[in-house]
Design a protein around this ligand. Structure first.
Ligand code: FES
Ligand code: FES
Length: 210
């Protein structure tokens, strides 16, 4: 395994060898991008996060949760249990809700990732977010990003869901505050309103054809 290098403290260096601030920042950025880990465990990946194309080096042992939260600053991705039980870290990967704490960052190469930060458009909440607000489905909010993303996946796949099916789809999410009733109402509202919007669109399209 190649040796892990760390940056020498600036104070320990002779004056002539000290880096300028700009050089130091550039070195910190380089080391931080490489996370000061042996080359052997680094991989370059390319992915999109909320529509933004990114290429970065990740440690092959690093979870997607760590990369999104700690390196890219998407703090809407919450860390709860860290072992795939609570759903707080859910993100959409190519449209499917996945626990990012148990999904390696290297697996995200070539994938399209969406976090809760990507849902609002020009400051306007998405219909699913609106439904959560309208139904009072939020207390501390820790579970909310994951639930909103799983509901968004249901809305976007265009299928009809019964109450029982919605419950099943959301069963991987734990909420310590709300008692789930309002969450379920919000998800049902979002899914059913999306169905009506689609029916309306179809009607309009048919009208245009005729
Ligand atoms: S933090 Fe990922 S499932 Fe709990
Ligand atoms: S609102 Fe607090 S955990 Fe769900």
């Amino acid at each position: 395994m190649s040796e892990v290098k760390s940056m020498p403290e600036a104070e320990e260096m002779p004056e002539a060898e000290r880096m300028s601030e700009a050089e130091r920042m550039s070195e910190v950025k380089r080391m931080s991008d490489k996370r000061m880990v042996p080359e052997k465990v680094l991989r370059q990946i390319s992915l999109t996060v909320n529509g933004k194309a990114l290429t970065l080096h990740v440690d092959i042992r690093e979870s997607l949760l760590e990369v999104l939260r700690e390196r890219l600053g998407y703090t809407g991705v919450k860390k709860g249990c860290g072992v795939g039980e609570c759903g707080a870290c859910t993100v959409l990967i190519d449209g499917t809700p996945i626990d990012s704490c148990i999904y390696l960052a290297v697996w995200a190469d070539g994938k399209e990732i969406r976090t809760v930060e990507g849902l609002a458009v020009n400051g306007k909440l998405s219909p699913v977010q609106e439904a959560f607000v309208e139904e009072g489905a939020i207390q501390c909010g820790f579970c909310t990003p994951g639930l909103v993303l799983s509901t968004t996946a249901m809305v976007e796949n265009g299928k009809e869901y019964s109450r029982e099916e919605i419950k099943r789809e959301l069963s991987g999410h734990f909420c310590r505050c709300t008692g789930y009733q309002n969450i379920l109402k919000a998800a049902e509202r979002a899914v059913h309103e999306a169905g009506h919007r689609c029916a309306h669109c179809k009607h309009e399209q048919e009208g245009e054809k005729g």
